[in-house]
Structure formats: C-alpha cells, structure tokens
Write a protein that binds this ligand. Sequence first.
Ligand SMILES: Nc1ncnc2c1ncn2[C@@H]1O[C@H](COP(=O)(O)OP(=O)(O)OP(=O)(O)O)[C@@H](O)[C@H]1O
Length: 281
Amino acid sequence: MNSIADAGAAAVLELRDVRFVRNGRVILDDIDFAVHPGEHWALIGPNGAGKSTILSLCGALQHPTAGEVFVLGHRIGRVELQRLRRSIGHVNPRHPLTSALSIRDVVLTGVTGTVELVPRWEPTTAELGRANDYVHLLGLDGKAEEPWTTLSQGERGRTLIARALMTDPELLLLDEPSTGLDVAAREQLLDTVDRVRIAHPALASVLVTHHLEELPRSTTHAMLLADGRITSIGRATDVLTTANITACFAHPIEIEHRRGRWHARSTAHDAPATSPAPAGR
Ligand SMILES: Nc1ncnc2c1ncn2[C@@H]1O[C@H](COP(=O)(O)OP(=O)(O)OP(=O)(O)O)[C@@H](O)[C@H]1O
C-alpha cells in the first residue's frame, strides 16, 4: 500500500519550523513534518498538546506565527486559500448541519463546499454518479435517502468522509473520526478508512486521535506531540512504542502492535515483578 509513499514524490503538505502563538502563549513550536502521496499519518498526544491546531494549519484554516506551511506546493499566505481548500478534504465530526438533508445530498454538498445544498444548484450526471459511488464505497448503500437528522454517529462519520472525497482531494484530514462511536461502529469506520486509502493509492491523510485503538491498519507514519512540541516522529512502527508513548503522555503505558492494530494499556498499577524463589527450596 505504501509504494507511492516510498517513491520520493513531492510533499503534499509540509510544515517548516512552525511556531504558533496566541495571546502570548506558545501553542506550537519547532514543528517540522512533511506528508507525501500515499502516506497516512496519525497525530497523537494528550489533551491540549496542539493536535487540532496542527490540523487547522494543514487545512489552511490558520496561518503560523512563524515558519512556513506548504499545502500542495503552495505556501500559505501567498495563494488564495479558498482554491487550495478544495484540494483538501476536511472531515470535521462537528459538522454544523441541522437540516434533514439525505445522505446523498450531504455527500453532494462536498461539490459546493457548503453545509446546506445551494438553492437552485443542480449536480451534473457525473457528480451524481460520483456521489453514488462514494455512498457505495463508504458502505452506505440502501441508506442514501435517509435524513442526516436520524443518522447514527458512525453513519454521519462515513457520510462526511464520502462528502470530503467529492472534490477528489489529494489530502484528507480526519479530526478524531471515531470519537463517540461504539466498538462496532468504530471498527466499521476504520475498515472504511482502510478501503478509501486502498481505492485512492495517491491520497495522503492526517488523522488526529487520542487513542491508539482508533488507528486504522493503513496508518504508515505517526507524530507524537506534547505541550506543542514533537516528541517523536517517523514510521508508525518505529514511533508507536512503549517508551515513546510513555514519554509523550508522561504515564507508564505499554503498547502492543498486533495484526496491524495498536493497543495501549496503563502499567501504573501492575504488581511489581516478583523475584524468583531462591534455588534449593
Ligand atoms: N486561538 C487560540 N487562542 C488561545 N489558545 C488557543 C487557541 N487555539 C488553541 N489554543 C490552546 O492551545 C492548546 C492546544 O490546543 P489544541 O486544540 O490544538 O490541542 P489538542 O491536542 O487538539 O487538544 P484536545 O486533545 O484536547 O482536543 C490548548 O491549550 C488550547 O486551549
């Protein structure tokens, strides 16, 4: 799956020596990272570490105080952001839709980049076809006519990923996509993310989460963040280790990597290892 990531392609996203200050407080400092086509990054760290702020810089929603952010080769601040944002699929679990649009219509709002359907706007046959294809890819067949207002959180999450794919983005940003899902809905969503990444091998993505159990198998790279600084960065298998996670969260946590998935467990209250009985007893 990672053949494109290894091909040395130009970065889809690059943060160079980024610093972000608000109200005199340093929220991010010394942030350097680059995301290439086919790479799927996880951003992990404790509450308040700065994950969402990094994601907002990646999505060209905010400017850094110092340093440079390049999205799709364009330096933020030098290009028209609106145009750039169409190449970025941003999945925000707090999508502010309140009306009863059908799943298919919510997916179609990805074309117009709006929350509601634009009055008098009609999708082309090709756009309708794409919307139906994504409804199918995201496992929402048979539900396309169901209203947003009655969807479960898991169905909403999958609908929003389909919506984000409508502009054929090169970069997909996923902000805590599994928050609030029960275990079955979370597993369905993670399988869906894996399916999307396989169907779009050049797509790059950045996923923010607090929980290692919420990382899809297709995760290739990880950045650990604490107090606005990177504590570890690189290939997921090198970064997501007991030592690195323990240091990032300042708490003893044991990490297991099994069948492509990560699991975390606190070892703070484990009984101390008993010393072996003396020989000859
Ligand atoms: N515009 C802002 N003005 C002032 N403080 C801000 C601003 N944006 C973020 N912060 C602060 O910066 C810190 C990092 O916030 P951010 O939301 O990026 O962290 P996070 O890692 O996503 O946290 P969580 O896991 O709790 O969602 C927090 O302490 C937050 O209060």
